[in-house]
Structures are given as structure tokens and as C-alpha cells.
Design a protein around this ligand. Sequence first.
Ligand SMILES: Nc1nc2c(ncn2[C@@H]2O[C@H](COP(=O)(O)OP(=O)(O)OP(=O)(O)O)[C@@H](O)[C@H]2O)c(=O)[nH]1
Ligand SMILES: [Mg+2]
Length: 374
Amino acid sequence: MCMLKRNVHDHMVYRIKLNELRRLVETLNLKIVGEFVQIEPHPFARFYLGKGKIKEVKKFVNENHVDVVVFYNILKSSQKLNLIRELRCDVVDRYEIILEIFDKMASDNVSKLQIELARLQKLAPYFRLAAAARFRHDRPFFLSMGEYAYHSQLRELKNRQSRLRKQIEELKIEKRRQIEKRRKAGFPFICIAGYYNAGKTSLFNVLTGENKLVTPYPFTTLSSKYQKRYINSDVTLLFVDTIGFVIDLDPRLIQSFEINLEDIRASDIVLLLLEANEPTLALRIKLLEGIRLLGDLGASKERMIIVFNKIDLVKGVENTLDEELDLKRLNIPWIAISAKERYNIEGLLNMIIEKVRIIKEKCECEETEIEKEV
Ligand SMILES: Nc1nc2c(ncn2[C@@H]2O[C@H](COP(=O)(O)OP(=O)(O)OP(=O)(O)O)[C@@H](O)[C@H]2O)c(=O)[nH]1
Ligand SMILES: [Mg+2]
């Protein structure tokens, strides 16, 4: 594993990030045998890391018969190509690792289409560069057989990309239509969001009586799942389970996963789920990053509830969370639960119902104001 640590003053956060990557890489049954970190504020053009560091990596790769080098940082196609040639082994970045896991986990058509498009988008410039380098010495006026094949492959690649984009665009329109339909039905829309493995599906199952797949592996849920929960004759809540976030990777980067993010955008309330048993620093990073990401997706703090799950693993920690994470300053309601042991689920439901009531009152108030103005 390689990383360029760009913040010179970061002595801890980069460790947490590397550990996250380790967790992801190991899900693909790859054994991590070495780790190289270089501290430098700006990436190097050729190999992302400096020449000297790459020399070290190369020596290690040769001595240990390494099959693949994983970069934490997201590489440009030219850097990937240079690295593959220099190290003489496969080189992938964090984004490709995530796509690989998505691919392993995907079972539904919508996810498969989105993964294929994301992969093609990453592959196309690399393919172009690799071929250009291969044909540089060919005859200048005639296409060699290889080059001819390359051009037809490239055309096919482009066609496939535009077909996929069209299909996904249609699915997105259909998704918006469904969301609009649900909105008209009038059920408050509660989105369970958060990092992968936080226990989103476990909580969804507990809240709705569903039995959706729960595993210890990342990205078990790719496409959203919906189910209603009847509370009383006045209130029925509609819950949605969504795709997980991953640290340091803005979900908007995965542009082709936009369909899944539509749910967060459209929800009345978003539950930001976190694992209470994580080390405080990791928890703090995920908490702040999660709030920012949700905010960027249009979920304001007023619509958020922070949920610390897996409290059964760290009993009593709810008494220290407030202080350790400085939760008062955030001004967002929070609760500690255990989806597995069904602890505090009623408390969470009451919090949601109360928030729905406040939001509804606020909307009615705004509507009256508008009517008065008209
Ligand atoms: N101890 C404990 N484990 C839990 C709890 N909730 C979930 N888990 C475990 O955490 C792992 C992940 O649970 P999921 O519900 O699949 O998590 P998720 O957030 O839906 O994960 P993705 O779909 O991959 O993003 C599983 O092994 C669950 O059994 C909890 O309250 N306590
Ligand atoms: Mg899930």
C-alpha cells in the first residue's frame, strides 16, 4: 500500500485513513505485505510519489513478489501507466478498489449498470494512453493492424458509455417520478445514511420488520430499499436504506451512483449512522465529514439526527460521547442505540416522530405566511 501524506502536520488522521483502506483491500482477499508513506504537500507528476520513494517500492515489489500495489491517493491515468511500467506489477487506486468491491457485491441491474459506467469512465483515458504509447513507433501514414483494432475498440467503448449514460439518465427520471409519487402519498420520508458497515440495514430491518441482507462486509447494500412503518392513525413513516459512504471519498465523485443519492436529497429526515465502537478520532472524522457530505447533498442540520449504533459493544460510552465529540456545538439531536440488541429503538422512533412534527408545523407556518402575502 502506498500513500502520499499531503498534510505535514497530520500525525494521526492519515493512519485512520490507511486503516480504512486496509479494511477494504482485505475484503478482496488481498494480503497486505508492505506500506509506504511519503510526506509531501504536492503530488509528483510522474508517479504521484517521488522518484526515490518509487525506487524503494520497486525494490520491495521485486523482493517480495508483489502482485498489486494499491495507492490511497486517486491516480491519473498517466501516473497509473507510468507506475505499471516502472514497478512491473498491477497498480490500482482506492477508487478502483471500491469499484471492485461494488462489483463483487452488486446483484441488481441498476447497480451493475452504474458500476460498469464508473469503470469505463476510469478505464477509457487509461486505455487511450496505453494504446497511444504502444503505437507511437508504428508507421506514420498507415494504421497497423493493432492500431486498427484499437480504434474499433475505442469506438465500442465510447458507444457503450453513451448507451449506459442514456439508460442511467432514464432510470434517474424514473426514480424522481417514484420519489414524487411517494411525496404525494404524504408519508414522511426517513433516510438511513452513513458509512458502510455502520448497521444501516440492521436498523432498517428492526424499524420496519424487513429481512434485508446484513453482512460484516462493506457495501452490502448498493441500491436503496424502502419500507413503511405504521406508528398510529396519524403517522406512518417511510424508511429508506441507502448505500454507505466511505471516508475521504465524496459520494459525488462516484457520479454514476447519483441515483442512490436522490433518496438523501428527497428525504424529510436523515439519520446519520455511526459506529459507536470506533476510536474517538475516527468517529470524529466520520461525524464531521458525514455532516458536511449530507449538507452538500441538501440535507440541512435541521433535518438530521445523529445515531451512534453498536452501543452494545462499548456499554456506557453514551455518557462520554457528548464531551469527547463536543456534540453540543453541533446543535444536532443525537442518540445511542444498538440495532442488534434492539436497544433504544423506541427512543429513536420518538425522536423521529417529534422531528417530523416540528418540520410539519414549520411547513404549515410557511404556507400560511405565503398565503397571507398573496
Ligand atoms: N454488535 C453489533 N453489531 C451490529 C449492530 N448493528 C449491525 N451490526 C453488525 O454490523 C455489520 C454490518 O451491518 P449492516 O446492517 O449490514 O451494515 P450496513 O450499514 O447496512 O452496511 P453496508 O450495507 O455494507 O453499507 C453486520 O455484521 C451486523 O451484524 C449492532 O447494533 N451491534
Ligand atoms: Mg446495508
